[in-house]
Design a protein around this ligand. Structure first.
Ligand code: SF4
Length: 760
């Protein structure tokens, strides 16, 4: 029964309406839109109690992105997309046993992702028996019993994979990795493998840390802020207020992005009269429409120009003292840049020489420079080269290790960075495994485990037979949708710990279990005492989060309680006092303090919050040489030619990761639909296509052809040869073997495809 239906979101009945893009982001529309969704989902009382506690010191951390909270918080310390995430979690709708009795798995699979999300909060442990058509309610003990039976029956612990989504708290993540390593494997794929794996990989090798080196206060000092491959208007909306403050004091904001994002053009602050009634604040003063995959060429052009100017000015423009004292590899970079022909730079970047020179002028004029980036940079085959090119640019000006300057990979999920810090990674440093083993009296496995892409392959070829997901929507978040679906369906058992229904509950192993968990907005009472958890934001600030709402149902359990229940069932209570941890999270923090660097006096400092140490921020480069490293990267080969196009997958404004809150993408003029493809007018004409036409998009790799059908063409301002479409709809086109060199991160931002009129 289980493989009769497609794993992709179904086509929409009606075409999307396409209108003009607005001239500014946020403003009154953000208020009305958020309020409408909040009241619809939560009603007035819950709307008040949740929004007044969101991102407050005594409240809960927004379950959406990882943008930090300012010290001086406003009473409404949230954005439109934060409201959507909170409303989605705190909805009054319920997907309870009666719901599952009414809806078969096949019928649910025919529903849109929005419909599935709107079904409501999961309330009971549910099980899908072998060959069954419907999920049925089970007790927690029966659920844990089945999972333990399947795990213990495996020929090796490496035949199981344990996934983590970035919403998981530090406390749950720490216990989860402990349980998994006690079970005997390092198979800990996590969503970081798909978002900033390339950042960690690239940065740690050149400046000795894999995390951003700036804090919020640095944005108050920077002369220029570069936003590369990031769309903060939709994905980190409170960042716009930070950029507005910077722009108002004359800081130059440079946007490097194939798409012209309204959120980087003009911002209307919804908590300012001028923002609601006025025309808003211009943000980016320089827009660089780099072509998809053209970032290395662009940054080489900027640095080449800076070098030329510096040499024209007798070596007075670059940070030569810093370069000489603190870095290696400058001469090789200099030689490579001076030898790089301008024609190739302009052609491959897709950016005019004049714009490159303007950008170089901004860089040379900057005493303090911050570079921020996101998936537009990290999801490419040459992602590591992209990121190290940005680091090269920062090092040329000495912009790492001093106030107002530095590197800022902006994390997409509220605790994705914290989970990695807690040990959620398939290859943790030896020192971490040593300390963990010493603290809990066992020998953690040393074999590298499977990350996301390796886990998919291992499930597909039968090496992994049990898949356990702590949160998330693995199927929809990962590449190669039908291949990944086939992999999941080959498992004996798939388990999802979730708050809401999603497509991963419908693409299952022979048997499947859903374990309903508390949301971030909900009170977590264990052992008669209210507990709080901690998270780490994009800028390495660790802080507490405490829910305010009554749980969505009496049968929900916290992530910590679920991990402890699972561990007791699989390993037995003799190994570790799992119930002790369950009843008092402070005891978990005591152990974290002894295993994870930077968490001294964790319990004392957790409520006020604290920053983790960052050697590069403090001016120390923990590389092999103790110096930062310039790197030389060739401009990547042009991959799309002869009618091919380069596809990048993107989010709409009514979406967070794979969670769909609505069918509109207000900032791009799209209404009522998601199956759209943004195309350059000249590329449309070359294929005799008009706006509104339906096309099939196909990609080819060694492992065959993939086709996404029925995308509606939308004429858009995007460089020639490049197209964009939303994920998860376009993930079917991203081959599982299309990954970033080094980091193994899915390269969803530059997939070679062909577009042809749909054959109906
Ligand atoms: S900026 Fe991010 S963390 Fe802040 S409220 Fe918005 S979605 Fe939530």
């Amino acid at each position: 029964m289980n493989d009769q239906f497609s794993a992709q979101p179904p086509p929409e009945p009606d075409p999307a309406a396409v209108g003009a893009r607005p001239s500014s982001a946020t403003g009154i529309r953000a208020i009305t839109h958020s309020l409408r969704i909040a009241l619809q989902q939560m009603g007035p009382r819950r709307t008040m109690s949740t929004l007044l506690n969101a991102n407050q010191r005594e409240g809960f951390d927004c379950p959406s992105c990882a943008w930090p909270d300012p010290d001086d918080r406003s009473v409404m310390e949230f954005c439109e997309n934060g409201v959507k995430a909170i409303a989605s979690e705190a909805t009054l709708a319920r997907a309870d046993p009666a719901f599952f009795a009414t809806h078969s798995v096949v019928e649910l699979a025919s529903r849109s992702d929005l419909w599935l999300d709107r079904a409501g909060r999961l309330t009971h442990p549910m099980m899908l028996d072998r060959g069954a058509t419907h999920y049925r309610p089970v007790s927690w003990d029966e659920a844990f019993g089945l999972i333990a039976e399947e795990l213990k029956a495996l020929p090796t612990p490496d035949a199981a994979a344990f996934y983590t989504s970035g919403r998981t708290s530090n406390e749950a993540a720490f216990l989860y990795q402990l349980f998994v390593r006690l079970f005997g494997t390092n198979n800990l794929p996590d969503c970081s493998n798909m978002c900033h794996e390339s950042s960690g990989y690239a940065m740690s090798r050149v400046i000795g840390v894999g995390k951003g080196t700036v804090r919020l206060e640095d944005f108050d000092l920077a002369d220029s802020i570069w936003i590369v491959g990031q769309n903060p208007g939709t994905n980190h909306p409170r960042m716009l207020a930070t950029l507005q403050a910077a722009a108002r004091r004359g800081c130059r904001i440079v946007s490097v992005n194939p798409l012209r994002e309204v959120g980087l053009e003009r911002f209307k602050h919804p908590q300012e009269i001028a923002g609601v009634l006025g025309s808003g604040t211009p943000l980016a003063s320089l827009l660089i429409p780099v072509r998809v995959g053209g970032d290395v060429a662009f940054f080489k052009g900027v640095m080449k120009r800076m070098l030329e100017e510096d040499e024209r000015e007798g070596g007075t423009l670059l940070a030569h003292e810093f370069i000489a004292r603190r870095t290696d590899g400058f001469d090789a970079l200099r030689a490579d840049l001076l030898a790089e022909p301008w024609d190739g730079i302009v052609e491959r970047s897709g950016v005019s020489r004049q714009l490159i020179e303007e950008a170089a002028a901004v860089a040379l004029a900057s005493r303090r420079m911050i570079c921020c980036w996101a998936m537009g940079i990290t999801q490419h085959e040459h992602a590591v080269a992209n990121i190290q090119s940005i680091i090269n640019l920062l090092l040329l000006g000495g912009h790492i290790g001093r106030p107002g300057a530095g590197a800022c990979p902006v994390r997409g999920h509220s605790n994705v960075q914290g989970d990695r810090t807690m040990g959620i990674c398939e290859r943790m440093p030896e020192a971490f495994l040593e300390r963990l083993g010493a603290e809990f009296g066992f020998k953690p496995p040393r074999r590298d485990g499977f990350d996301v892409v390796d886990s998919i392959r291992a499930m597909h070829d039968g090496r992994v037979r049990v898949f356990f997901a702590l949160g998330g929507n693995f199927l929809s978040a990962t590449p190669d949708t039908e291949y990944t679906a086939a992999a999941l369906r080959k498992c004996r058992l798939t388990v999802q710990v979730s708050t809401k229904l999603n497509r991963s509950h419908l693409i299952t192993g022979e048997r499947a279990v859903i374990l309903p968990t508390l949301g971030r907005t909900e009170r977590d009472v264990q052992g008669g005492a209210e507990q709080f958890v901690t998270v780490e934001d994009s800028m390495s600030h660790v802080h507490a989060s405490r829910g305010v709402l009554e749980p969505a149902g009496p049968d929900l359990r916290s992530e910590v309680a679920i991990v402890c229940g699972l561990a007791n069932a699989v390993l037995g209570s003799g190994t570790v006092d799992w119930d002790g941890f369950r009843h008092d999270y402070a005891r978990i923090r005591d152990r974290i303090e002894r295993v994870v660097p930077g968490f001294a006096n964790f319990n004392e400092r957790a409520e006020a919050g604290f920053y983790l140490p960052n050697s590069a921020r403090e001016g120390r480069f923990e590389t092999d040489s103790g110096r930062a490293r310039f790197t030389v990267h060739p401009i990547p080969e042009q991959r799309a030619g002869n009618g091919d196009l380069l596809l990048m997958t993107i989010r709409s404004h009514d979406q967070f990761n794979t969670t769909v809150y609505g069918l509109d993408d207000r900032y791009r003029g799209i209404k009522g639909g998601r199956r759209v493809v943004f195309m350059n007018r000249a590329d449309m004409e070359a294929r005799s296509l008009a706006s509104g036409d339906l096309v099939d998009i196909s990609s080819h790799s060694l492992s065959g052809e993939r086709v996404g059908r029925g995308f509606q063409v939308v004429a858009y301002e995007i460089p020639r040869g490049c197209i964009a479409a939303y994920f998860p709809e376009a993930n079917v086109l991203v081959p599982v073997d299309h990954v970033a060199t080094g980091s193994n991160q899915p390269a969803s931002k530059s997939v070679v495809v062909r577009v042809a009129r749909s054959v109906v």
